[in-house]
Ligand binder design. Structure first.
Ligand SMILES: Cc1cc2nc3c(=O)[nH]c(=O)nc-3n(C[C@H](O)[C@H](O)[C@H](O)COP(=O)(O)OP(=O)(O)OC[C@H]3O[C@@H](n4cnc5c(N)ncnc54)[C@H](O)[C@@H]3O)c2cc1C
Length: 403
């Protein structure tokens, strides 16, 4: 197991890690699949990007500013995977809501033998080389290399024959970069549900090669063929889009508040940078950890990231930051808005997931107090999300051809 990684939940740490990685980003394409102690060959930026303490566009600009496109194409392509998954899920949110409902049902329905397989998998005590180390690394560090995530998910589903939904819950509980879209859809991809007929079966020789021989699972211990998992087709919905009239109406308000949440913590960068705001609210809804299923470590990290994002915002906008822990975010935002005589609150709209549920509860509460809630979406997301309709490669080709 590798040493704990230094994921400090601040934008300054994110920028420092970006600055450290960019000079070696040109080697990423050739080296990214190797899983090495400390993970020096990959960016390890995901916990910060997931909270948007660092923006995708900042990463892409830094890579392309330092290297010719061909040298960092693979890296840039990976950064856009996050956008693709998010855009895809906005159009098929049931992929997430089905998973949320399935997790407790599947846990309760596990028979004794499967329950002990689950317990062994969670504790990293299956005896499968590599798998046990990754289970322990995940819990200890809050992070796993992408290739280890793929192998782990594959062994979970096809070798241990555990429900993929419970594996996704284990990841989402412990990953500091836990992301509803990337996590749920990647597990579905490994299981063969995301791209119909395409599964990912982990192979011993591939694991041995890409771990430099550190982990060599016995061939006979790993499933050699996938399971044929099936599901009802997911409904496609018209995804939410920003309303230009609402955005324009912002000019008509004298007293505007800004709500900051951990789905977008670099509010001072980009679209909202010029906002005149009377106050910033960065409160923490106490029940969200249990509702989302986060570990203590993930919860503490996320709260610290929120504090950091709010501090940057406070300094940038020259506005007071109000933050509390509250069992009822909607009521506490209404009280804060009234105290500050706010006419409107503006925020980036959270993506499909637990923060969107918090966000949607704000709408009726603020409306009944006569306070407008104006949702924004970054141009980056608004431009790319609608194209995440089919597979990744048409999505990527469009971006690439736009230069
Ligand atoms: C089963 C499974 C579950 C996953 N769950 C998550 C999750 O909860 N949260 C999460 O952020 N990523 C998830 N991923 C994607 C990927 O593993 C991580 O984003 C990546 O390992 C993060 O490490 P890094 O920052 O060093 O990535 P790098 O390899 O350095 O890539 C740079 C950036 O590109 C993005 N990226 C790279 N690969 C992917 C990918 N496959 N999908 C989406 N974005 C990508 C990330 O923002 C990453 O920070 C999952 C992948 C699998 C196979």
């Amino acid at each position: 197991m590798s040493a704990p990684l230094a994921f400090i939940p601040t934008r300054a740490a994110a920028l420092a890690r970006l600055a450290e990685f960019i000079p070696v980003a040109g080697r990423y394409g050739a080296e990214r699949n190797f899983v090495r102690p400390g993970h020096p060959n990959i960016s390890r930026l995901s916990p910060w990007v997931q909270k948007r303490l660092l923006l995708e566009e900042e990463i892409v600009a830094a890579a392309r500013g330092r290297w010719p496109f061909e040298a960092v194409e693979k890296f840039v392509q990976e950064v856009y995977w996050r956008t693709y998954w998010k855009g895809w899920l906005e159009q098929r949110p049931e992929a997430w809501t089905r998973w949320v409902k399935a997790v407790p049902r599947l846990r309760d329905a596990l028979r004794a033998e499967k329950r002990s397989t689950l317990e062994a998998a969670l504790a990293g005590q299956t005896g499968i080389a590599g798998f046990d180390d990754w289970a322990q690394e995940l819990v200890a560090t809050g992070y796993l290399h992408n290739h280890a995530r793929m192998w782990f998910a594959s062994i979970w589903i096809f070798t241990l024959k555990l429900p993929w939904e419970l594996g996704a819950a284990f990841f989402y509980e412990h990953l500091l970069d836990g992301d509803v879209a990337s996590n749920t859809l990647s597990w579905r991809w490994v299981a063969g549900l995301q791209t119909m007929g395409k599964t990912y079966v982990a192979k011993s020789d591939n694991i041995a090669f890409y771990t430099d021989g550190v982990h060599v699972p016995e061939v006979g211990r790993l499933a050699s063929a996938p399971l044929n998992l099936k599901e009802e087709p997911l409904p496609n919905i018209a995804a939410w889009v920003e309303d230009p009239a609402q955005v324009a109406s912002l000019k008509t308000y004298e007293r505007i508040g800004l709500w900051v949440h951990p789905e977008d913590l670099a509010v001072e960068q980009g679209e909202l940078a010029g906002l005149k705001t009377q106050g910033i609210n960065a409160s923490w809804p106490t029940g969200i950890c249990v509702r989302a299923g986060w570990s203590e470590k993930v919860s503490v990290w996320t709260q610290a990231a929120l504090r950091d994002g709010a501090t940057w915002a406070g300094n940038h906008f020259g506005a007071e930051v109000s933050s509390c822990e509250t069992p009822d975010l909607a009521t506490s935002l209404v009280e804060w808005a009234k105290q500050n005589e706010l006419q409107a609150i503006v925020a980036y709209r959270p993506f499909v997931g637990p923060w969107l549920i918090e966000a949607l509860a704000l709408e009726p509460a603020l409306a009944s107090a006569g306070i407008r809630l104006i949702w924004r979406r970054r141009t980056w997301d608004a431009e790319h999300f609608p194209h995440a309709t089919r597979g990744y490669f048409p999505f990527w080709e469009r971006i690439k051809s736009a230069g």
